[in-house]
Design a protein around this ligand. Structure first.
Ligand code: FE
Length: 136
């Protein structure tokens, strides 16, 4: 599990430098807003544990649900009080563009920044270049 933010981690499964996409598990162990973001590409996911929602939608993603995020959509992931842990599989076709409340970009992630984050973390904890086993 690679730390993403306090009480937020991701676990890489596939870091695809051919298509620019990646698959990971996202794990959150706190309630509150995680990030407002936009994807230029398609995202699909499957909730394994817990639940969460997007501020912009009425539905709640619960364990066993499959979800689809259309390209270009802006949304804000929220984990509600009472959820001790959520784990969700995501397949992200393109980049994550993070936005502040005014809609101004304040962060960016793609498969290459994910690889760098994983490599730095795995080296720091003594796993060396373990990230290479997820890169295609
Ligand atoms: Fe999203």
């Amino acid at each position: 599990w690679v730390p993403q933010a306090p009480n937020v981690w991701f676990r890489p499964l596939l870091l695809n430098t051919v298509t620019g996409g990646w698959c990971n598990l996202l794990r959150v162990r706190k309630s509150g807003m995680i990030s407002r973001h936009r994807h230029p590409g398609l995202v699909v996911g499957y909730v394994i544990k817990g639940s969460w929602r997007y501020l912009e939608h009425p539905w709640i993603a619960e364990a066993g649900h499959f979800l689809y995020e259309p390209p270009g959509e802006i949304h804000t992931l929220v984990v509600d009080q009472g959820v001790e842990e959520m784990i969700t599989f995501f397949n992200i076709a393109g980049a994550m563009i993070y936005l502040d409340e005014q809609g101004v970009q304040n962060g960016y992630e793609d498969v290459f920044t994910k690889i760098e984050m994983c490599r730095a973390h795995y080296r720091a904890v003594g796993l060396g270049d373990y990230v290479d086993s997820f890169i295609r």
